[in-house]
Ligand binder design. Sequence first.
Ligand SMILES: Cc1cc2nc3c(=O)[nH]c(=O)nc-3n(C[C@H](O)[C@H](O)[C@H](O)COP(=O)(O)OP(=O)(O)OC[C@H]3O[C@@H](n4cnc5c(N)ncnc54)[C@H](O)[C@@H]3O)c2cc1C
Length: 440
Amino acid sequence: MAARFAGAGKTVAIIERDKFGGTCVNTGCTPTKTLVASAYTIHTARRGAEYGFSVGDLRVDMTRVKARKDAASTTSSKGVEEWLRGMANCTVIQGQASFQSANTVVVNDEVLEAGKIFINVGGRARIPDMPGVHDVPFLTNSSMMDLDVLPAHFIIVGGSYVGLEFAQIYRRFGSEVTVIEMGPRLIGREDEDISDAVREILEAEGIHVRLNAKCISLEKREAGVAVGITCEDGPPEVVGSHVLLAVGRVPNTSDLGLDRAGVTIDHRGYIVVDDQLQTNVPGIWALGDCNGRGAFTHTAYNDYEIVADNLFNADHRRVSDRIQAYGLFIDPPLGRCGMTDADVRKSARPALAVKFPMSQVGRAEEKGETQGFIKICVDAETKQILGAAILGVGGDEVIHVLLDAMYAKAPYTVIERAMNIHPTVSEFLPTILAKLEPFA
Ligand SMILES: Cc1cc2nc3c(=O)[nH]c(=O)nc-3n(C[C@H](O)[C@H](O)[C@H](O)COP(=O)(O)OP(=O)(O)OC[C@H]3O[C@@H](n4cnc5c(N)ncnc54)[C@H](O)[C@@H]3O)c2cc1C
C-alpha cells in the first residue's frame, strides 16, 4: 500500500513498532515453513532405507536449524525494511503508533496528519486465562523463535493450524510431543474425515493427541510444567519440559487509541469494516488480521489489492468476492479451497462429490508419500466447483488448479479436457472428477 501510494506521488509515512515484515516474516509463515523444511528433510533421511541409502547416526543440531530459520526471516525482514527506506515519497518511522483523532496519529511524540489512514496492525498469540498460566514459563509462536534446544517433552496446547505444524516439526526433530486440544477433534473447522486423517498421520509419527481437554490448567514442576487435562480417557495430567500455547490469536487493537478516532471494534477487538475494508470513520481503512476478515498473509495481501483497486482503479472489488483458501503445512500438507462438506450440506444445494485416496495417485506412489486423500465437491446444476481438500503430497500447490477454476466460474469439465503433465498429482484431477457421484 505504501509503495502504491508513494509510486503515485503521494506523501506516505509507514510506522512499524517492531520488525519489518510483521508476523509472517518474523514469527509466522517464513520461520515455520523453514522449520517444516528442516523437519521434512530429517524425516526423509530417517526413511533412507526405503529409498536406498543410509546416513548412519542422524543427529539434529538445533543451533544450525535455528540459524537457517533466522537467516530466512532476517533476509526477508531486512529486504522489506531496505525497500521501504529507499522508497521515494515514503518516510519510515519506528515506533508505537496511536490515534490522537480521526485524522492524526502520534508516534514518538510526533503528530502526523493524513487524509487517508490504513490500519494494518495484525495480531498476536492469545494467552487464555487458564489456571496457573501466570505461574509457569510458556512459549508462544513469537518466543518459539528464540528456542535453540530440543524440548525433551513438548506439550502443545491447541490442536489447530499453528499447534499442529509445530507438533510435527518438533516430533521430527526428536522431541516427545503431546498435543492437547479442548475440542472433540483436531482442526475443528475442517470436515471430520480431514481431522481424523490428520490425527492418524501425526499419531503414526508418535505424537500423542489428547482431545476433549475441557479444563486445562498449568502447574510448575521440577521437570518442567504439568498440564492438567480432563479427558474422556488417559491420565489426568501430562508433564512436559516445554509448553506452547497455540490457542488462537487476538488483534493488536487495544493500544491504538481507536476510541479517540471513533473507530468501531467488535466484542473480540477486531476492527469493524465494510465489504471494501473501510471502517465506520471516513478516511480510515483496516487491512489484514486486525479486521477479522482473514487470518492469513494472502488474505492480508488481498485486502491491500481490494483497497488499492477501489482507490486507484475505480474497480469495485469486495471482500465477499474472494474464495476461502489456505494451507495447513504439516507433511503431507493440506490445501483447502471453498466450501467444506459441512457447508455444502448446510446449503442444501444439489451437489456431486468424490473422494480419492492418494495411495492410488502414481506420483505419490513414486515419491513414497501416499498418505491422505483428495476430495472435491461440485454443484450438480452449474457444474462449478464448490470446494475441495487435498491432503497429500503437493496438496498446497495442486489445490490452485481447482481454485483457479472456481475463480473462472468454469465448470469442472474444463479441467477434464486439459492435457496435464505426467507424472504429477494434478494430472489425476480429471480421473478423479470422472468419479463424481451424488453428494451424500
Ligand atoms: C506460527 C504462524 C504461522 C503462520 N503461517 C502462515 C502461513 O503459512 N501462511 C499464511 O498465509 N499465514 C500464516 N500465518 C498467518 C500470517 O502470519 C498472518 O495472517 C499475517 O502475518 C497477517 O498480516 P498483517 O499484515 O495483517 O499483520 P502482521 O503481519 O501481524 O503485521 C502487523 C505489523 O504491525 C505492527 N504493529 C502492530 N501494532 C502497531 C502499532 N500500534 N504501531 C506500529 N506498529 C504496529 C506489528 O509490529 C507488525 O509488524 C501464520 C501465523 C502464525 C502465528
